[in-house]
Design a protein around this ligand. Structure first.
Ligand code: ADP
Ligand code: MG
Length: 225
């Protein structure tokens, strides 16, 4: 599903040039659950953003689901991303002005799904994430754990084959963190491919494989199960 070759990303700001990724070869098969670890600033989020079609590499190639997306135009990347990739972030990134229901509905509006179909789909996902009793609430009225369940609901709404999670438990206490990890594991068991950045060894142990990044390079790789 994910195949990169010598993936390199250089950020240029005024006088400073930062090589965030340095010739990374990162491959993920359909159905895998992969964790990415490494110190702050080593390129984890940059890798996730490129893999998630939020950004283009400076050089190297990236095949997503058999399609060369290395230098795709932003419009085409966005289109491909919307139906195929769901994101979960450390800071939840819900839209404050929208209710729980509306947040989860958003990706389905982008996909031009009919209102009746949307309603049915959103209700089902909210049930599953055990958050339907909060459907009319706004993000600020929810606990961190509840917000992250809404974020996961939104990430899976369009039924994407790939979920990318950037430190999904980073702002949660251990109980809520465990709940989020259990949800991600369940989704993976049902066939969703997951790539997750984490600082927690405990969370990483939910993955099949752990990749360690250091200074923009993959330094070690370990199979868990
Ligand atoms: P991590 O997620 O592992 O903490 P990042 O991928 O966010 O690391 O960042 C890797 C490196 O790239 C860091 O040195 C960071 O400062 C730099 N970087 C990330 N994004 C940008 C950007 N948009 N502009 C300039 N430098 C960036
Ligand atoms: Mg990061």
């Amino acid at each position: 599903m994910i195949q990169t070759e010598n993936l390199t990303k250089v950020f240029q700001t005024e006088e400073v040039e930062t090589t965030a990724l340095n010739e990374v070869n990162f491959n993920v098969k359909k159905g895998e659950f992969v964790a990415i670890m490494g110190p702050s600033g080593c390129g984890k989020s940059t890798l996730l953003n490129i893999v998630g079609l939020l950004d283009n590499p400076s050089s190297g190639s990236y095949m997503f689901d058999g399609v060369d997306v290395s230098r795709m135009r932003e419009k085409d990347r966005t289109q491909l991303r919307k139906g195929n990739i769901g994101f979960v972030f450390q800071s939840f990134n819900l839209i404050d002005e929208l209710t729980v229901f509306e947040n989860v509905e958003m990706p389905l509006i982008y996909l031009k799904m009919k209102a009746s179909e949307r309603k049915e789909r959103v209700e089902k996902i909210l049930e599953r994430m055990k958050i339907s009793h909060r459907r009319k609430h706004f993000p600020r009225q929810l606990s961190g754990g509840q917000q992250q369940r809404v974020a996961i609901a939104r990430a899976v709404a369009a039924n994407p084959g790939l979920i990318l999670a950037d430190e999904p438990t980073g702002n949660l206490d251990s109980n809520n963190g465990l709940e989020v990890m259990n949800l991600l594991s369940e989704l993976n068991e049902e066939g969703t491919t997951i790539v997750m950045v984490t600082h927690s060894q405990h969370d990483a142990d939910f993955a099949h494989r752990i990749i360690n990044l250091f200074d923009g390079q993959i330094i070690t790789e370990k199979h868990n199960r």
